[in-house]
Design a protein around this ligand. Structure first.
Ligand SMILES: Cc1cc2nc3c(=O)[nH]c(=O)nc-3n(C[C@H](O)[C@H](O)[C@H](O)COP(=O)(O)OP(=O)(O)OC[C@H]3O[C@@H](n4cnc5c(N)ncnc54)[C@H](O)[C@@H]3O)c2cc1C
Length: 501
């Protein structure tokens, strides 16, 4: 973007990922003039795909939950007015996720539907019958009491529940005995990035509920969602400025932010600014405007979630039957607190996502293998930028990719036909996604801790994004909607979106 078309906007939205795009397009639909800024050359944030050897690989959107008609993901797309533009592709309802616990030598399938999964697991763990009844009831109850999670119910306030103050670890240890079943429940940590001792039972339940309802992806992957959101935003009149970051605010009157300075040197005035970026970056931007020590300490206490090391491969030859119908995860042990400790000596948790080819488009089938990673893994090169890293860093990536290929050799029937074409470390994600640490889900979800959401102490600034309410693409989208509800007024928002319920 050379310079913004106007000198002043009603709303400036910073970060054109899922949350920023969703919020910007709704604000514009409510008649506001909106400038949406992103440092990246195209809108979409972590939704964006990249291409290698004719295949398209997703970075930050492989699958989501609640995709059946009337469930939350589907519903949010309807509220945003883009449901008709996307083809949702459900995974195998009998085994949408497959977990292998290597040391215990047990495989577990996760069928969709809370009752169906409960029944399947009860058959496999009969001694845990009562605990499983309790667990699935608790998931339902927490989803019902969480604003916005039950489609069709009027929205209230996103408040904390008692279960927000209890860790998943304490629930697992109090209710369950079988280590493999504890592992299967703990495995959802891969979808929110925080170990059971940190995450509250409520935060776990909000994510697990959706993945138990249903799961799948979008035809065309993250690009399809990013493009649909960006088109809808432009139709609504949002001005999207890419390759342009928000660098700083001038002090405004009465604990407000004044004009913003952009990375291209332009300044822009606004009534309100919505920040859908990393909370630590929000702190850096707002700190010069005067924050209370308590707010500063609160944000400084956040910790990034875990991240991933990714290896991307093309599957040569014919596409295997059932390819892309479920996600396969392999765990050395069953204790996710141990496995999510950077010092864990065994193999790290690994998730394999299959993407069917598209013969019409000439796209071959491909796989993305995501192995748990920590900032410590790449700390030695944290000061380097992409394209300028030393040979030791390349050796690290090669060694890790080779180890992933070896792990999959005995597991995927087509493993000897995978041609590995690229890798990404947490530094790769950090630099492409302009985040602070390359973590997968923003900040770690910690028992009793609030993310940054809604109106901030600098009164004309607001926060949303994956670190606000719930992680992942669904959580980011939800935060975008709810922050707009706060910004335009709850009654006006609820009336305008009632038809989509
Ligand atoms: C490897 C990996 C795999 C994942 N897999 C899944 C998955 O399968 N399913 C799922 O639901 N979630 C997944 N996630 C998480 C998911 O991608 C994120 O939760 C979600 O995309 C976050 O959306 P967001 O809008 O909050 O942030 P982002 O998409 O990160 O958008 C923030 C934007 O802000 C921009 N920005 C930052 N600073 C500035 C600034 N100062 N000025 C202007 N722009 C700025 C950035 O360039 C970025 O585009 C994965 C993440 C990773 C890393």
């Amino acid at each position: 973007m050379s310079s913004p078309r106007r000198e002043r906007y009603d709303d400036v939205v910073v970060g054109a990922g899922t949350a920023g795009l969703a919020a910007a397009l709704l604000l514009a639909r409510f008649g506001r003039s909106v400038l949406l800024l992103d440092r990246a050359p195209a809108p979409g944030g972590a939704l964006r795909r990249f291409r290698r050897g004719g295949a398209a690989f997703d970075t930050g959107f492989h699958f989501t939950g609640s995709i059946q008609p009337g469930e939350l993901f589907d519903h949010l797309l309807a509220v945003l007015g883009i449901r008709g533009e996307l083809e949702l592709v459900p995974f195998d309802p009998e085994a949408g996720h497959r977990f292998r616990f290597a040391e215990a030598d047990v495989e577990l399938e996760l069928p969709f539907g809370l009752d169906r999964c409960r029944d399947r697991w009860q058959a496999q763990f009969p001694q845990e019958r009562e605990a499983l009844n309790w667990y699935f009831d608790a998931l339902r109850s927490i989803a019902k009491r969480t604003m916005g999670m039950e489609v069709g119910r009027p929205l209230t306030t996103f408040g904390m529940l008692d279960e927000d103050f209890v860790s998943l670890r304490s629930v697992l240890d109090a209710r369950f005995r079988d280590p493999v079943l504890k592992g299967a429940i703990g495995a959802f940590a891969m979808c929110y990035g925080s170990p059971p001792a940190s995450v509250s039972f409520a935060a776990h339940a909000r994510v697990a509920f959706g993945f138990h309802q249903s799961g799948g992806t979008i035809a065309g992957g993250g690009d399809a969602l990013a493009d649909a959101l960006a088109r809808a935003a432009e139709r609504a009149g949002v001005e999207i400025g890419c390759s342009c970051g928000l660098e700083s605010f001038a002090p405004g009157a009465d604990r407000q932010a004044g004009a913003a300075t952009l990375s291209n040197g332009a300044t822009v005035a606004f009534e309100r600014c919505l920040l859908t970026i990393d909370p630590f970056a929000i702190l850096d931007l707002l700190d010069p405007l005067g924050l209370t020590p308590a707010f500063r300490e609160r944000v400084q206490a956040f910790e990034p979630s875990v991240g991933f090391f990714a290896a991307y491969g093309i599957v040569d030859g014919p596409e295997p039957a059932g390819f892309g119908r479920s996600v396969y995860s392999e765990f050395a042990g069953t204790d996710f607190d141990a496995m999510m400790d950077p010092a864990y000596p065994g193999d790290r948790p690994l998730v394999l996502i299959e993407v069917p080819g598209d013969p019409a488009a000439g796209t071959p089938p491909s796989v993305s293998a995501l192995e748990l990673s920590f900032a410590q893994d790449v700390a030695a090169w944290a000061g380097t930028r992409r394209g300028r890293r030393p040979p030791e860093y390349r050796a690290y990536k090669q060694t890790r990719a080779a180890a992933i290929a070896r792990r999959l050799a005995g597991r995927a029937p087509y493993a000897d036909r995978i041609r590995w074409v690229d890798t990404a470390s947490m530094l790769t994600f950090r630099d492409y996604q302009h985040s602070r640490s390359g973590s997968a889900y923003g900040i770690m979800l910690k028992t009793g801790q609030y993310g940054l959401f809604g109106r901030l102490p600098v009164r004309n600034c607001y926060a949303a994004g994956q670190s606000a309410l719930l992680p992942g693409v669904l959580g980011a989208m939800m935060s975008g909607l709810f922050v707009v509800r706060q910004m335009v007024g709850k009654e006006i928002f609820d009336e305008a979106t009632a038809g989509a319920r």
